[in-house]
Design a binder for this molecule. Structure first.
Ligand SMILES: [Zn+2]
Length: 712
């Protein structure tokens, strides 16, 4: 088990059965979202020429919904007031036909989240209603009304719109933005249909343990997937082969079930357009891993904006060249196909055009090496929507996501390639030697059994904090569901936040988890710890607790208990694979504090658990996101240079060249390198050496993104 790498066999066939070649073909998407006054004012020929010049092979074009950009005949479907100003009166059709002539795949965009006054008067039942019973006006444009996503507006009116578009135009699909509603709706239709389904009134609380709220979470999911199937069916009936493409999905914080999305969607695009708040550029790549966990080998794309998104959404702005580049590079290195989105066909600031052209034409030159068949990684991090929904509730970002972000950052810093796994697809986890569960609090009995089985078969497992202490509905168990694997029972409470507490590092154990920390007798503790009672024997305890002691007044700052034998990391190998359990939130604390000591402890724990060679080593200074891929007749190592003073928030001013890196990669059994090439530098790397199945070479520098391409 420990030596098994995720190469072509198992991974490549994962969910590949219904991969559709129509969606696999396009590699570079363009999205032009028209604004109402574009017709007659924007230059269709310019855009078509731009798509051609940048070697874009697919487009998403505005068709209808809030505003129709074609001569619709559906009553109350609001035509752009300027539609007739466009010669021929059909700007959507002109763009679509121009793209089709160039052989591009084209999807039509609709947006059903708001309606105009005339539609609202004719159909008040289309409007979403707030908790106090008031119809909801649009927050950004008060002349519009917010629609109810779960009633007749979407199910009847938008179905009619989608049928009309599919019948009139040769679109490969229809892509719908903001189709899943704008928060909780209390309209009469929602109340009636929910009551018929559940026997309950609409919930007035967000507590997921409330029966009505829980039923509503499930009902909303079911209703939206009914809508998805309805639209997909009607579009396909009207134009055979054409599909519904939802703008949906994400990771643990996403509300729609990613497993169902993985089954329904022929392709999927991550709509994380730019940084917001504290957002590292690896967030673009994280989306790729989240999507791949349920989409398998189906084509996935990453939507990037060329403007500044946070926090006031300047939709006509332009980011720096370096920021656009690094965002797209990390997405591409993780398997997302680039999709630029531009709002308004009339340009106010043209600086981004050259950047996207350079990114896209380079991508086209590299295309052969970007048609991946499988990622190569031994390690995977589990994500859990049920934990986020039922345990995280209103605080899922802090209680759930921050644990994952801590691991993500630690693995990027450690340069360990990894994947993400959805907690409801654990059956497929056997292809990884090591699974990390970052406070995956909610696990069903069946999921716990899957994880025990995984370890019994030799899989290694790392878990933190309250992992498995709750069932799949967020109800607390008396003990960890995985107590047997951890070797500890739940001790009844959580202590924290703990100020001024530490971890003693027992170097006399010479344990691998302490590597690189030899000079440190102790390091800082996590913010919170969970009390546990060991039930199994632990041969070594390399990390133990120094309890909190006062941090003020200064005279009182001395440890009351300088040493205990209370382990803060439980390591065992009793039932097959290795198990490491942190009875604390060290991963979340790492994301909060970013202590380099915690980075090392997390890295070492992964290396100890994985127990064998990593599939690739990249040595040198800097922060580099390393990914490893197989293609049909080649293998690639991606190095994305995140090293930048702006790294932790992302507003890059310039790319800072990376110092030389030594790359050492294990080739598939029996394979020999026929040619090794650096795609960005367009040269052969220095110091190529091949022995005992390992290829080494030196990458002299990286701007944003370098790919070591190895033909096999
Ligand atoms: Zn409603």
């Amino acid at each position: 088990m420990n030596r098994r790498h995720f190469l072509s066999s198992a991974g490549a066939s994962l969910l590949a059965a219904d991969a559709d070649t129509r969606w696999d073909r396009p590699m570079r998407w363009s999205q032009l979202t028209l604004v109402e006054n574009d017709p007659g004012q924007f230059d269709v020929a310019f855009w078509l020429d731009y798509f051609r010049r940048i070697k874009s092979d697919a487009a998403c074009l505005s068709a209808g919904g809030i505003v129709a950009y074609y001569p619709t005949k559906v009553p109350l479907h609001h035509r752009s007031q300027w539609l007739d100003r466009h010669a021929g009166g059909d700007p959507f059709g002109d763009l679509l036909r121009g793209c089709k002539k160039m052989g591009m795949v084209v999807i039509a965009r609709t947006d059903p989240h708001a309606i105009h006054e005339d539609a609202a008067r004719a159909h008040p039942e289309w409007i979403a209603v707030d908790e106090s019973g008031r119809p909801r006006r649009h927050g950004s444009d008060p002349s519009l009304w917010i629609t109810c996503a779960l009633g007749s507006y979407n199910f009847e009116f938008m179905t009619e719109v989608h049928r009309e578009i599919a019948s009139l135009y040769e679109a490969d699909g229809i892509f719908t933005n903001r189709w899943a509603g704008s928060g909780m709706c209390y309209c009469a239709s929602c109340a009636r249909v929910f009551r018929a389904e559940s026997g309950l009134d609409l919930p007035r609380t967000n507590d997921p343990l409330d029966p009505a709220r829980r039923q509503h979470i499930l009902w909303r999911d079911k209703r939206l997937f009914e809508l998805w199937r309805l639209w997909d069916g009607e579009i396909g009936k009207t134009r055979p082969g054409s599909r519904y493409i939802a703008n949906a999905g994400g990771g643990a914080l996403s509300s729609l079930d990613m497993v169902t999305i993985g089954q329904l969607a022929p392709t999927l695009f991550a709509d994380r357009q730019a940084r917001r708040g504290l957002a590292t550029p690896w967030e673009a790549g994280k989306n790729a891993k989240e999507y791949r966990a349920t989409m398998g080998t189906k084509a996935i794309g990453g939507i990037f904006s060329v403007g500044v998104e946070e926090p006031y959404r300047w939709k006509d702005s332009v980011q720096s060249d370096a920021e656009i580049r690094i965002w797209v590079a990390d997405a591409a290195a993780n398997g997302l196909r680039p999709w630029f989105t531009k709002f308004s066909g009339t340009l106010y600031d043209r600086r981004w055009l050259k950047t996207v052209e350079e990114i896209y034409t380079r991508h086209a030159r590299w295309e052969k090496y970007l048609r991946n068949t499988a990622p190569v990684a031994n390690v995977a991090v589990v994500y859990s929507q049920q934990t986020s929904t039922y345990y995280g509730a209103g605080r899922a970002r802090q209680k759930v996501e921050d644990h994952t972000l801590g691991w993500y950052q630690a693995l990027v810093e450690a340069r360990i390639p990894f994947e993400l796994v959805h907690d409801r697809l654990l059956d497929g986890a056997g292809r990884f030697t090591t699974l990390i569960l970052p406070n995956i609090a909610c696990l069903s009995d069946a999921q716990c059994a899957q994880l025990r089985d995984y370890v019994r078969k030799g899989g290694n497992l790392i878990a933190t904090f309250e992992t498995s202490l709750y069932d799949e509905w967020g109800a607390r168990r008396g003990n960890f569901g995985l107590a047997e694997l951890f070797g500890v029972d739940y001790g009844g409470r959580i202590e924290g936040p703990m100020r001024n507490a530490y971890l003693t590092l027992h170097h006399e154990t010479r344990h691998a988890v302490l590597k690189g920390l030899e000079e440190a007798p102790r390091i800082i503790h996590a913010a919170n710890r969970i009390l546990v009672k060991p039930v199994a024997g632990f041969a070594v305890k390399p990390v133990t607790l120094i309890p909190s002691y006062p941090d003020l007044p200064m005279e009182m700052v001395y440890p009351r208990e300088p040493r205990t034998d209370i382990a803060e990391l439980y390591l065992s190998q009793r039932q097959g694979g290795r198990v490491a359990y942190f009875p604390n939130d060290l991963d979340r604390t790492f994301w909060e504090v970013l202590s380099p000591d915690h980075a090392l402890l997390l890295r070492n724990t992964v290396d100890w658990a994985a127990g064998s060679d990593r599939p690739v080593y990249v040595d040198g200074p800097g922060v580099v996101d390393v990914t490893l891929w197989r293609q049909n007749t080649s293998m690639t190592v991606h190095l994305v240079n995140l090293t930048n003073p702006m790294f932790m928030k992302g507003p890059y001013r310039e790319l800072v060249p990376l110092p030389p890196q030594r790359v050492r990669v294990k080739l598939p059994d029996g394979a020999k390198p026929r040619r090794v090439h650096l795609l960005a530098a367009d040269r052969t790397p220095a110091g190529i050496n091949f022995s005992a199945g390992w290829l080494s070479c030196t990458v002299p520098t990286v701007g944003d993104h370098e790919i070591v391409a190895i033909d096999l």
